[in-house]
Design a protein around this ligand. Structure first.
Ligand code: IPM
Ligand code: MG
Length: 360
């Protein structure tokens, strides 16, 4: 098969980790006789430096015309980088929000699970994680507070800022369906997270989720308030299978969930729309403090490339190969510095990519 992949290396550690994911993809292509054509586009701080905008029209058109997008990470240090002195709509993150919206990527899948090999890195007490945990955060990605109207204006002699949050039934229904579909392929449990004791958007969310649930009688579902969900994630992470939630809650809970695994450098993510098209990126950020030093963990990006093969290209066997290669490398004791522990072999970004590619 021949596929066209738009590649956004981005900022910070982005270029290094994407390089390793492409190395692994090329190894898969050679083994299975596929051809992956990459077109690199700029987004984030690097695009600001080159063109003055975080995502240019041409870059967006290339992404739209491709079969999928592979993304590293974007953004810099928000307190020191000159990018954060610009107007909000010209900052690196605005490029990311724009591409999500323009490509219609409403469903964000963020798996968080405890790697047997990396159990020691989990910050929770062993008795809480006995037997491991494995959840999928399904985050709505193109609505809510992120895309509502905002303003900062002077009123009665002081500044007043506003961000507005809205959700339509259509927006809620399509993400809820995706959540239940995914639950059907997993342990058949959905926890829908909202703040229905306060917010109208949450009350509508609950109503629509209940309607959708009727079409999935095999799936057990529950509603949970977001503050309680934040607590339950550290108290009893094993109870969760699919966590279905809106944009902002999903942003926060997915960081919490990934931290609970103790290995954020390992977690992939996929942003999808109704068809096969998707954008794939690690769950972690651009880590500007360690950029360019060949110490970043490329595994989250490599596993995101595996998700791309599975969800966008229907290449399940190829995706399995990548995931198994990653597990082998961990079993053999190789670790990048973020997941290093006593008695293991420390490797750099490039070596980690080479080791994985060699096991495909
Ligand atoms: C994420 C990030 C982004 C978000 C930022 C960089 C805008 O935190 O993908 O979770 O809030 O969606
Ligand atoms: Mg986030």
């Amino acid at each position: 098969m021949e596929k066209n992949i738009a590649v956004i290396k981005g900022d910070g550690i982005g270029p290094e980790i994407v390089e390793e994911a492409m190395k692994v993809l090329d190894t898969v292509a050679a083994k299975y006789n596929h051809k992956f054509n990459y077109t690199q586009i700029l987004m984030g701080g690097c695009s600001i430096d080159a063109y003055g905008v975080p995502l240019g029209d041409e870059a967006l058109e290339i992404a739209k015309a491709s079969d999928s997008v592979l993304l590293g990470s974007i953004g810099g240090d928000t307190s020191t980088s000159p990018w954060y002195k610009l107007e909000p709509q010209l900052r690196p993150e605005a490029g990311l929000l724009k591409i999500r919206k323009e490509l219609g990527l409403f469903a964000n899948l963020r798996p968080a699970y405890l790697y047997e090999e990396l159990k020691g890195a989990c910050p929770l007490k062993e008795e809480l994680t006995e037997g491991g945990f494995d959840m999928m955060i399904m985050r709505e990605l193109t609505g809510g507070l992120y895309f509502g109207e905002r303003s900062t204006e002077e009123e009665n002699g002081e500044m007043v800022a506003r961000d507005s949050m809205s959700y339509s039934e259509t927006e809620i229904r399509r993400i809820a369906k995706r959540g239940f579909d995914i639950a059907m392929k997993r342990r058949k449990k959905v926890t829908s997270v909202d703040k229905a004791n306060v917010l109208d958007t949450s009350r509508l969310w609950r109503k629509v989720v209940e309607e959708v649930a009727k079409d999935y009688p095999e799936v057990e579902y529950e509603h949970m308030l977001v503050d309680n969900a934040a607590m339950q994630l550290v108290k009893n992470p094993k109870q969760f299978d699919v966590i279905l939630t809106e944009n902002m809650f999903g942003d926060i809970l997915s960081d919490e969930a990934s931290m609970v695994t103790g290995s954020i450098g390992m977690l992939s993510s996929a942003s999808l729309r109704e068809d096969k098209f998707g954008m794939y990126e690690p769950s972690h950020g651009s880590a500007p403090d360690i950029a360019g030093r060949n110490i970043a963990n490329p595994i989250a990006t490599i596993l995101s490339a595996a998700m791309m093969l599975r969800y966008s290209f229907d290449m399940d066997q190829e995706a399995d190969d990548i995931e198994q290669a990653v597990e082998k490398v961990l079993k053999e004791g190789y670790r990048t510095t973020d997941i290093m522990s006593e008695g293991k072999t420390l490797v750099g970004t490039k070596e980690c990519g080479d080791l994985i590619a060699a096991r495909i």
